[in-house]
Design a protein around this ligand. Structure first.
Ligand code: ADP
Length: 668
């Protein structure tokens, strides 16, 4: 018995000693190291067979494995960064431009040395202090009087002003007051002579951060400066501090995120927010039981072994449904520069500085994102590619990649331009290029198999439209817009969904009944209300539509939107519902190749809607000829590139009459 006890003791001592060495090698911040040492001390007094011992050991082991001080050096070369974004992505010019601007500012801010302005009329004091602080990695400017100091502060932004109190023209106290009112963000430290503590106290009353007495002790200067800077850095601007890429799947959000990391020379990792169920998935579990774990953010940082990675938080809009706790506030702790400097994961129980992590959020739709989060984001919209862009991306990136990945070479396989066009038009219907990539992969896989079978790999396989049909089967999509006839009661609408712009057909029917309005097709509340509003508008203007007065008394109306599996909502189907009803009740067929989007009010005003580019792209995919857009979306239409608008007529509409004039076939 005794023997075993002794061996246990030895083992315990060994484990603890091992951890002690790791703790001192882990380069933790001082307070964290102290806590780790205290924990270790506690463990020496716990039996190794107790659960607490295992929990404690696991915890300290985790602490030492975090990259407290490990980080990658940022590339500050903005030209190189731009080249990397361009090399990996075709098009997206406006998006790349916004990203480059964001990066430039971010890199400048993150790598900016703290700026100190020294004001002292004694040259020796000025020189000494400048010399010392410059060695400590501060950017130092020194001037001899208050006037010059104000001029310096007008021309650049200083973090700390270190000023002597007794000087010539403007004395330190004056300077302090002027600096506090004009540059409130700059912390002021005053330097006083031995005997002037009362004036130092007065200075603090007037808003100085602290004072240093002359002759200064180096440690005191260092320490005071550090504290002043800490206070200052708690107040960085929070607006737009996190990039958010919003748009349909397959539009290059993730791959641009990767390129940003590469351009900055940082590691990259993703967290799928859609998969999180609980606040503890973000903030960690308290360390009270054996299986307790830190949250995903800390865990990813540990996994990539760097304290400044690029972390992409995917699917922001998928979070929330059956999530336990408040996801927005947990995320704010992670993202908000005012809070994330001392992010405390419940498992770690000590702060970990997330301020140099670069977070990028992604979302398909932003409608459900809470306002406090949205405030912190700089939103960049990815709205999808045109047919031509897709063909270029396929040719330059997707085909070469799939050919390579399937063990073939570009000497063996060539996709013709018409074949790419056929894959895009007949086998995919999407804003992004995910299915396109999958279809190309399928073709390459089949070619690879054939090349093994008939050993004729020396010959080049040319993929033509006929070959596409042979590899992928009959075409998957038909053009229900141009391939079908105009009908009474069926109007073509454009909506935005998670997968980008979509075309929908809204159908109305009438039957004998008692004034009822039936609405079917998985419509959300907002869309149902649009339907009510459209019907009320028509009823209140029945005479102008030549509808008999008692018509509504004697009939039911049914509005239906097919493809019931897709949940549809939003106000932008208003004018489409109106057109469908007007067509039904006037007997004039609605033109199938005229697609529309726009909200309608009870009085027939047409209000602007979102997602214009996505919708126009969807219209082009479906080969619609004319698109009706609210006149108040004029600016969005003007922003569309020539490519997006090619082959399509966009009409800006301001009234119901204009909509119906364009959408309904003239009375035969
Ligand atoms: P998302 O994150 O928006 O769903 P991804 O970044 O995963 O989309 O993109 C899907 C695929 O398409 C990836 O292989 C990506 O490299 C490629 N891709 C997307 N946009 C472009 C582009 N503009 N140029 C080149 N490749 C692209």
């Amino acid at each position: 018995m005794k023997f075993f006890k002794k061996s246990d003791d030895m083992q315990q001592g060994f484990i603890i000693e091992d951890l002690r060495q790791k703790v001192s090698a882990a380069a933790m911040p001082h307070p964290v190291q102290t806590i780790a040492e205290q924990e270790l001390e506690l463990l020496t007094r716990i039996s190794p067979s107790a659960a607490e011992f295992t929990i404690g050991i696991t915890y300290i082991d985790y602490l030492v494995s975090l990259p407290w001080n490990k980080r990658t050096e940022d590339t500050v070369d903005i030209v190189l960064a731009e080249r990397i974004l361009n090399e990996n992505h075709y098009g997206l010019d406006r998006i790349k431009e916004r990203i480059m601007e964001h990066l430039a500012i971010k890199v400048l801010m993150m790598n900016r040395k703290p700026r100190i302005l020294i004001v002292d009329d004694e040259e020796i004091a000025r020189k000494n202090l400048s010399h010392i602080l410059a060695k400590e990695q501060y950017e130092v400017t020194a001037v001899a009087d208050g006037e010059q100091a104000i001029r310096e502060m007008e021309s650049s932004d200083f973090d700390v002003l270190l000023t002597d109190l007794r000087m010539g023209r403007i004395d330190g106290m004056d300077l302090l007051e002027r600096a506090r009112t004009r540059f409130p963000e700059t912390r002021v430290i005053v330097i006083t002579g031995y005997a002037s503590v009362p004036s130092a106290i007065e200075a603090i009353k007037k808003g100085a951060f602290h004072y240093i007495a002359k002759p200064f002790k180096l440690d005191e200067v260092r320490d005071t400066l550090k504290r002043a800077l800490e206070q200052r850095s708690l107040k960085p601007s929070t607006k737009g501090s996190v990039l958010c890429f919003a748009g349909p799947p397959g539009t290059g959000k993730t791959s641009l995120g990767r390129s940003i990391a590469k351009a900055l020379n940082r590691t990259f990792t993703r967290i799928a927010l859609g998969g999180l169920k609980d606040e503890a998935d973000i903030r960690g579990h308290r360390r009270t039981y054996v299986g307790a774990k830190p949250g995903r953010v800390i865990e990813e940082i540990r996994r990539v072994a760097s304290s400044n990675p690029v972390i992409m938080l995917d699917e922001l809009d998928k979070i929330g449904r059956d999530f336990k706790g408040d996801p927005a506030s947990a995320l704010l702790e992670v993202l908000d520069p005012e809070q994330n400097r001392s992010f405390t994961d419940h498992y770690l129980d000590v702060p970990f500085d997330l301020s140099s992590v670069m977070f990028i959020l992604t979302a398909n739709m932003l409608d459900t994102v809470p306002a406090p989060l949205r405030d912190r984001m700089e939103i960049i919209e990815f709205s999808g590619y045109t047919q031509e862009e897709k063909a270029r991306i396929a040719e330059k990136f997707l085909c070469p990649k799939q050919i390579r990945e399937k063990g073939l070479s570009s000497r063996q396989v060539a996709f013709t331009e018409p074949a790419l066009g056929a894959i895009i038009q007949d086998y995919t219907r999407e804003a992004g290029i995910r299915s396109l990539e999958r279809r190309i992969a399928t073709i390459c896989r089949k070619i690879a198999r054939e090349s093994l079978k008939d050993h004729s790999s020396a010959e080049i396989v040319t993929v033509s439209p006929a070959a596409v049909e042979q590899y992928l089967g009959k075409k998957k999509y038909h053009f229900d817009v141009i391939e079908e006839k105009d009908r009474v009661g069926v109007a073509t609408g454009l909506v935005r969904t998670e997968t980008g712009g979509e075309i929908i057909f809204i159908e109305s029917a009438r039957m004998k009944g008692t004034k009822e309005l039936i609405i079917t097709g998985s419509l959300g509340d907002v869309m149902r209300e649009s339907a009510q509003a459209a019907l009320s508008y028509i009823r209140s203007n029945a005479a102008s539509f030549n509808i008999p007065e008692d018509f509504f008394e004697l009939h039911d109306i049914h509005i239906h939107v097919p493809s019931g599996a897709i949940q549809k909502d939003g106000p932008s189907a208003g004018i489409t519902i109106l057109t469908s009803l007007a067509s039904l009740l006037t007997g004039r067929p609605a033109r199938r190749d005229v697609a529309m989007t726009g909200e309608i009010t009870l009085t027939g005003r047409i209000l602007p809607v979102g997602g214009i580019q996505e919708k126009v792209l969807a219209a082009r995919r479906a080969r619609v000829r004319t698109v009706l857009v609210p006149a108040r979306n004029r600016a969005d239409v003007e922003e569309l590139s020539v490519d997006v608008k090619k082959g399509i007529d966009i009409l800006l509409v301001d009234s119901v009459a204009e909509v119906l004039d364009a959408a309904l076939v003239r009375n035969p």
